[in-house]
Ligand binder design. Sequence first.
Ligand SMILES: O=C(O)CCC(=O)C(=O)O
Length: 273
Amino acid sequence: MSTSPEKHIEEINEKGYSVAEGIIDQDFCDEIKTEISRLERIGPPSIAQNEFTGYKTLRYFDLLNQGKVWERVAVYPKVTDVIRGILGNDFLLSTMGTAVIDPDETTQRIHCDDGLYGIKRPHKHLVCNTMWALSDFTKENGATRLVPYSHKLAHYPDDQLGRDAARKIDPTGADQNYECIQAEMPAGSVCFVVGTCYHGGGANMSDERRWALTINYCAGSQRQQENLMLAHTRSKLASFSPELQAIVGLKTSNFGVGHINAGDPKAILNQCE
Ligand SMILES: O=C(O)CCC(=O)C(=O)O
């Protein structure tokens, strides 16, 4: 069973990740899976499949332009309560994707999600990812691999020094040079992974699909991975809930980042396209 947001925030700060079991209702998991199946019927995944993204992993993006269900995913309170404690009140939605791993997928390269910003480590929390288990995550079907305490390392995982440092944390065993645990969790759970934590998808050695989402948030000071302000028409933005409008970027952060003419960017909703 899941514990309080404070417990998860404490654990993320300490270990780099935390699993919140059973925080997504089964009905909601089913609704999301039905929506992913619909996306599959109407078109191919958004991203070219490659060694990093996986050859047997379905990754759909631009989800807020697909179905209404994604609007609820983005602002799911049991998730955003924890995100707020990690990234601050002015956090933003950074990118929403599916991460559905089919049988015979191999392990994904170990990486960290804020590596793309290239900021010298260690640094304060700028990104927090949430891995949503829509079906059980097991070692056999590719549960996310994580390197505990790696968020404190001074090097990125591609860096040889980073690999050595990770080995020092736990010198027993090796998996792509890292000692990983796997986020085994029942359907309806969410694994929070801070942007500095080394992690990667697992190999799916089972004969079943691992259904998952990767919903990624960033601090208000950072650029979002998906260009969410340009991805939606003004009328679409106007139809979002105030909370969703704020986290896609219709607000200023840190008292000034994201302004339009020194004012609240939300004013664009009253202007013509
Ligand atoms: O699928 C997973 O378990 C991890 C996914 C991930 O880390 C990524 O795609 O960046």
